[in-house]
Ligand binder design. Sequence first.
Ligand SMILES: [Cu+2]
Length: 132
Amino acid sequence: MPETPRLPRALARWRLALPLGLLALSAASCGGDDAPELGSPPAGDVTITADAATFTPDEVELPSGREVVVVLEIQDGGLAHNIHFPDVSGDPKTRLEKGPRYQTLTVAFDEPGEYRYVCDLHPTMRGVAVAT
Ligand SMILES: [Cu+2]
């Protein structure tokens, strides 16, 4: 039976190919879920960009005494960022998410003053909102 030794070799090839195929398939579906297109920006009072683990701008001026909408444009594809105002009552923050994507956060500065904004994952990412 000269054909017998060939069969295990073919099976071994299949065993290798199948997991690789499944891996490629799951990686493709993951990419689809986690990396949405950066479409048109949502409406907001100010847009802050998170790119190369830096907030730009690192100082914004916003009115106090009413709700404002802060748009965070996360450009870093491989890094998760959020925006967090630890000095504001209610401790407003977004979820840590990888870009490219937009996030929006509603914040109300009770009184004029300076309010820090940070990314909870990257100590280098910080800025100041000057509420007028
Ligand atoms: Cu970050």
